[in-house]
Design a protein around this ligand. Sequence first.
Ligand code: ZN
Ligand code: ZN
Length: 95
Amino acid sequence: MSLFGGSKPIQTCEVCGNRYDKAFEVRMGGKTHVFDSFECAIQALAPTCAHCGCRVIGHGVEAGGIIYCCAHCADQQGVRGVQDRGTPEKEQMRG
Ligand SMILES: [Zn+2]
Ligand SMILES: [Zn+2]
């Protein structure tokens, strides 16, 4: 396999098997994966929310080694004190 062989390298998506010259590689955990689309990459690599089961494609929330898609889901599972990353803390000031 040569990187500069003249023609575009055709790689095969490991999820759907599509052969695509614009496929891309994602390195995760020391292993290199090949996908033809982000949809396939998400399907293969994105963690799943432990509460609602949706794919966590944002930052997500991790509590005790378990990943949730949002602080609300973590809260629903009884995890306390988690906050969505990127959400500024807002203290309710009264009086
Ligand atoms: Zn694919
Ligand atoms: Zn969720």
